[in-house]
Design a protein around this ligand. Structure first.
Ligand code: HEC
Length: 221
């Protein structure tokens, strides 16, 4: 090998190394110290809201063989204790072919962290004690929006929200209050499509919060 070839190779090697170092420096660590993550209250709602749209990973379509509407189905994509080796973690953080795909939004950093931590803590099917239901000061931003964010907006957000219903802004939410579909769907009343679709019914406490906010005038508070 002549000198110039060797030099070129050395340069290419250095470039490749720099690229690898740059890429790993940019890779975010989705983990932080936190107490036990609760599968039933925190993790399952993320999957049910963001992965089980019709045609996706629900018990009917099982896209790519995955049903993310329940614990056993989710566990098939998880290596308990090792989030980085878990398929589901890779696919929600990858730069190529990320899930959920367009037109759905990428999961928030907070949700990715919750999933990573849950896997790191052993990926148990655990359920946590829920604090007593407090509906004394219910507001849209403090009480109702967090429910939508957790349980609904994997489907009801973005450029093509399911059912053409956007629950990320007041106008969209208010329309479902006015036509009665919001309460009807979360209470599973007859004549309405039960929500969340392919997920568990909201807890009595969460339904009570939505109901109280509506009774107080469904204000943009
Ligand atoms: C997995 C996706 C998905 C999730 C999660 C989801 N929805 Fe829906 N939602 C849909 C689809 C699809 C429709 C349209 C259904 C139809 O028209 O048959 C819909 C329709 C609705 C409707 C209209 C219902 C009616 O009777 O006309 C309301 C209101 C609604 N959703 C609210 C919610 C709320 C509130 C949540 C969370 C508690 C939620 N959705 C969670 C997919 C979802």
């Amino acid at each position: 090998m002549n000198v110039s070839k060797r030099r070129t190779l050395a340069w290419l090697g250095a470039l490749a190394l720099a690229a690898v170092m740059f890429a790993s420096a940019c890779k975010k660590e989705y983990i932080e110290n936190r107490q036990e993550v609760c599968f039933q209250q925190e993790v399952l709602p993320i999957f049910q809201s963001s992965c089980t749209q019709s045609g996706c990973h629900n018990s009917q379509t099982r896209e790519a063989g995955y049903d993310f509407s329940n614990y056993d189905g989710i566990l098939k994509s998880v290596k308990p204790g090792d989030y980085k080796a878990s398929k589901v973690y890779k696919i929600i953080t990858t730069s190529f072919g990320i899930m959920p795909p367009s037109p759905y939004d990428r999961l928030s950093d907070e949700k990715i962290t919750t999933i990573a931590l849950w896997i790191k803590q052993g990926a148990q099917n655990n359920s946590c004690q829920v604090a007593a239901c407090d509906t004394t000061s219910v507001t849209l931003s403090g009480s109702v929006m967090p429910i939508f964010d957790n349980y609904c907006n994997g489907c009801h957000s973005g450029s093509q929200p399911q059912g053409n219903i956007n629950l990320t802004n007041y106008t969209g939410i208010k329309a479902t209050v006015n036509d009665g579909t919001l309460l009807g769907s979360v209470k599973h009343s007859s004549g309405y499509v039960a929500m969340p679709e392919s997920g568990s019914k909201l807890s009595d406490c969460n339904i009570a919060k939505i109901e109280k906010w509506i009774a107080l005038g469904a204000k943009n508070d």
